[in-house]
Write a protein that binds this ligand. Structure first.
Ligand code: SF4
Ligand code: SF4
Length: 561
């Protein structure tokens, strides 16, 4: 079937990017006649005169009424002679969600529920359900939080599961007679349904005047096999799951392509502008130039972050109650994921970050990766560790046979023994201090190309922020990096508000924190306030090839050369 597109605009361009196998032969416009995207463009008023070498017209526009009226006045009929671009979107879905168009409720009131509210719209959620007592309303929004037993008529709602470990919730929903996809789905399934994603970005009216290409070249693998293409709190969700398809097919798949479209058309519809620093000081109102070339996904990811192991020697208060070391099926899965990455991804990777979860010097999957031959040629290796095992022996094992530069980031979160051992349970501050001295020597001797110390700010440690900066300076750290604590389901709403140093909006620092942030030492050049937006300057550049590289190069320019 051949088509003409009625509309010379960004919507048409987006449509052609996604439906690139659709045979488009020409365009119609209400404006001036000209060639566009290598095809002829005719005035719609000349429709009678133009030879029809197509079967149907596709209307591409946000407001379609005028175009529809024009076509109908010419005697054309919807569906028989013309269609809307939206009519094609559902063909991208593997399964229909909420086919009975029921009102939506969210099971889970934590961080993932925030993601749902941010991307899907709070207005679209009737109320929240949580198994723990969470207070009456969700984040003072007026939307109720109910215990599961208090929900009447489960079958009258479409349930979106917004907790990471969903097995027991799924079981309970199915016991209540609910059916997957028709009556419930997970957050990941909802937010990566292609037809919804495409609607969201293609009809997004605003865009940002910035180009961040991270999504085109970066991949992350998490514990449940999900692949992401930017930092988890920053973007909408997974591009696929390695348990359901090959890495190659996910990387070149439709979900990833639509995410890339949202960068090409500058809507950034799947990026969280409240979390990602790229958006600081930017207005969402730029207009994209129609001659701007849309880029394709790169053949393979060049940047990899591994997040697939939970094993760790600590049991930090914000993370877990007991020490977890993978065994049995979990161990086997970690080894399987390591092998998958070693075989399919590492040969193409220039920059690896290990690891976003668990501890590199404990997880056997991580060990398998860093000891593999494929790591030898990786140009840049960023090691993220809790530092308690960063000693001479482990350093020698890790750095052996590596040709690339090594960057170190240590998550510390405290500057005194008392606070450290309270927050980082099982950790020994004296050992950590020794290891940090060792890291400092490695940096000074050039064996490490970069050394950063991380600090997640919360009530129990915020007063130690200035001391932490002083310590970083003594050690010769390139950067001390502060971020706000996030709730991944460990705390109830009330507990979290008590612990967090942010106001209810999650963005504004509480006044006690402001006092600390205003101290002169907090303006030192090695300080970065990460997700604490207070006094952040706009980033001042309009092109970012990869966020993770850019983030490091702010303190150490030319690190990736
Ligand atoms: S770093 Fe780039 S791709 Fe990632 S959320 Fe920010 S703007 Fe989007
Ligand atoms: S060091 Fe990291 S992974 Fe280990 S318990 Fe603490 S927060 Fe969790």
């Amino acid at each position: 079937m051949k088509y003409a597109i009625y509309g010379v605009n960004r919507i048409a361009k987006d449509f052609m990017y996604i439906f690139d196998k659709t045979d488009i032969v020409c365009f119609y416009t209400d404006g001036e006649e000209q060639a566009w995207m290598g095809l002829p463009v005719y005035k719609i008023d000349d429709w009678y005169k133009v030879e029809k070498n197509y079967d149907r017209i596709i209307i591409c526009d946000i407001e379609k009424d005028e175009k529809r009226k024009k076509l109908e006045n010419m005697g054309l009929k919807y569906k028989a002679d013309f269609l809307y671009e939206e009519d094609f979107f559902m063909s991208l879905d593997r399964y229909p969600l909420n086919s009975c168009a029921k009102k939506m409720i969210a099971w889970g009131a934590g961080r993932r529920a925030e993601k749902l509210a941010y991307f899907y719209g709070l207005d679209n959620i009737e109320f929240f359900v949580d198994s723990k007592e969470q207070g009456l309303y969700w984040k003072n929004s007026g939307k109720k939080i109910l215990l599961p037993d208090k929900v009447d008529r489960w079958d009258s709602y479409f349930v979106v599961i917004t907790v990471a470990k969903s097995d027991s919730i799924i079981k309970s929903l199915e016991e209540r007679g609910l059916i997957h996809y028709r009556d419930y789905c997970t957050l990941g399934e909802l937010l990566t349904q292609p037809s919804w994603m495409l609607k969201k970005t293609i009809f997004d009216k605003n865009c940002y005047n910035v180009e961040c290409r991270t999504i085109f070249n970066h991949v992350e693998l998490n514990q449940t096999g999900e692949l992401q293409c930017c930092c988890v709190p920053f973007v909408i969700g997974r591009i696929g799951n390695v348990e359901e398809g090959s890495i190659e097919s996910i990387w070149t798949g439709i979900v990833h392509k639509i995410m890339c479209l949202a960068i090409n058309n500058r809507t950034y519809s799947f990026c969280n502008s409240e979390m990602c620093p790229v958006f600081i000081g930017r207005e969402r109102n730029g207009k994209i130039d129609l001659i701007n070339e849309y880029m394709n996904i790169e053949d393979f990811p060049r940047n990899l972050l591994v997040n697939f192991e939970d094993s760790c020697n600590l049991r930090c208060e914000s993370c877990r109650d007991k020490v977890q070391i993978a065994n049995g099926k979990e161990y086997e899965k970690n080894i399987r994921y390591a092998d998958l990455l070693i075989e399919k991804v590492l040969p193409h990777v220039e920059f690896i970050i290990m690891a976003g979860t668990g501890e590199v010097f404990v997880g056997k999957g991580y060990e398998r990766m860093y000891l593999s031959d494929a790591m030898r040629k990786v140009k840049w290796i960023r090691l993220l560790t809790n530092g308690t095992l960063f000693n001479k022996q482990n350093w020698e094992k890790f750095s052996k046979n590596k040709l690339g530069k090594i960057f170190l980031t240590v998550s510390v979160d405290a500057a005194t023994k008392e606070t450290y051992e309270k927050l980082r349970r099982n950790g020994n501050f004296d050992i950590l201090r020794e290891n940090m001295e060792f890291a400092s020597q490695l940096r000074k001797s050039g064996k490490l190309s970069y050394f950063r110390m991380n600090f997640v700010v919360q009530k129990k440690n915020y007063q130690e922020m200035p001391l932490f900066v002083q310590w970083g300076k003594q050690l010769g750290a390139d950067e001390v990096f502060f971020t706000k604590i996030l709730n991944y389901g460990t705390y109830s709403q009330d507990e979290f508000f008590e612990i967090s140093m942010m106001e209810e909006d999650g963005m504004t620092p509480k006044k006690e924190l402001v006092k600390i942030l205003d101290l002169p030492i907090m303006k030192d050049e090695i300080v970065d306030l990460g997700t604490i937006r207070y006094s952040h300057e706009p980033i001042g550049i309009d092109y970012i090839e990869n966020y993770y590289k850019w983030e490091l190069e702010r303190k150490v320019p030319h690190l990736f050369e």
